[in-house]
Design a binder for this molecule. Structure first.
Ligand code: NAD
Length: 310
């Protein structure tokens, strides 16, 4: 079976490819955007290059004629290409919109025209934004607090409408802060571990009382595989637990035996106050169960980080 993974050279996309390659032919579409070090992305896909079931296409989801060509014969699309990062979207809201909203619309239109069986769309907890109650279930109002959140919400709505109006099977997985090997260098766990291992100060934006639901990458990949077979609409894919950024930093300091101090700086515009996933819907309808929790995930990530960086 032929599948397409967009953003396949990125953190999450490359993990999805690793799992799919055992039993599928995979096309990876990625434009190697320079949002962070492109060498990391090249390394992510390096192990797949010799696999005859893997095909790398360097190109953009904004290139409609390329998409038409590529999607011919594809049965499932794991759509992970995006301009990620809340802060990046505050600096450049047009790019976030173009890649995340228009790019997703291009994927859906091409998928519809070539009779793709299902599009599994990578969405985000950022669609919730303003907190009315916690944990967030899927009925919680969506009022994003960043251009990124708005662009991901627009993408979700396009997925829903393509299902309702045109009958294209779609599902949007709302990932909650994902971590693990190959994770993006701009994300907190990566920065904190990097600093802790050098005994450098760990700088937290704001007072550190923001809370996050951190989800280990293995759980995210499992959810994608489940969503190939079941589900439509939106699902929270988180750990179902939350921790404050202060407590996360303390945990990392203790795990690494570091002498780093915690410091605080101005909070960042567009950052949500809290994220916390109610995963009941995903558990009931997809059979999703986050097998690896924060502590086990941190140990795994630290082991990988030391093997590859220290
Ligand atoms: N990492 C997280 O914590 C997290 C949380 C919620 C949602 N998400 C979503 O998950 C998906 C994957 O995120 P990630 O953390 O792996 O980010 P990532 O930046 O590592 O991966 C995204 C990939 O998309 C590629 N890309 C960007 N613009 C493109 C374009 N125009 N055409 C083709 N490829 C393009 C990039 O080069 C990159 O390799 C994104 O949709 C993101 O919004 C991530």
């Amino acid at each position: 079976m032929l599948v397409l993974v967009t953003g396949g050279a990125g953190f999450i996309g490359s993990h999805i490819i690793e799992r799919l390659l055992g039993s599928h032919e995979v096309i990876c579409l990625d434009n190697f955007d320079a949002y962070y070090n492109v060498e990391f992305k090249k390394k992510n896909i390096e192990p797949f290059l010799a696999n005859e079931n893997f095909k790398l296409v360097e190109g953009s989801i904004l290139d409609k004629s390329l998409l038409r060509e590529l999607i011919e014969g594809v049965e499932y699309i794991f759509h992970n290409a995006a301009q990620p990062g809340v802060r990046a979207s505050v600096t450049d809201p047009l790019k976030a919109h173009e890649v995340n909203a228009t790019g997703t619309l291009n994927i859906l239109k091409a998928a519809l025209d070539s009779k793709v069986r299902k599009v599994i769309n990578a969405s985000s907890s950022s669609v919730y934004g303003e907190v009315k109650y916690l944990p967030f279930d899927e009925k919680h109002p969506t009022r994003p607090v960043s251009p990124y959140g708005v662009s991901k919400l627009a993408a979700e709505h396009y997925c829903r409408v393509f299902q309702e109006v045109y009958g294209l099977n779609t599902v949007s997985l709302r990932y909650f802060t994902v971590f693990g090997p190959h994770m993006r260098p701009d994300l907190a766990i990566n920065i904190f571990i990097r600093r802790a291992l050098k005994n450098e100060p760990i700088e937290i934006f704001g007072d550190g009382e923001k809370t996050r639901d951190f989800t280990y990458i293995y759980n995210i990949v499992e959810a994608n595989l489940l969503a190939m077979k079941k589900g439509k609409g939106e699902y929270n894919i988180g750990s179902g637990k939350r921790i404050s950024v202060n407590d996360l930093a303390k945990k990392i300091i203790s795990l690494t035996g570091s002498s780093s101090e915690i410091t605080h700086t101005d909070s960042v515009q567009g950052d949500a106050m809290h994220t916390w996933a109610d995963i009941e819907k995903a558990t009931k309808e997809l059979g999703y169960r986050p097998e690896i929790d924060l502590d086990e995930g941190l140990e795994k990530f630290l082991r990988w980080y030391k093997e590859t960086n220290v």
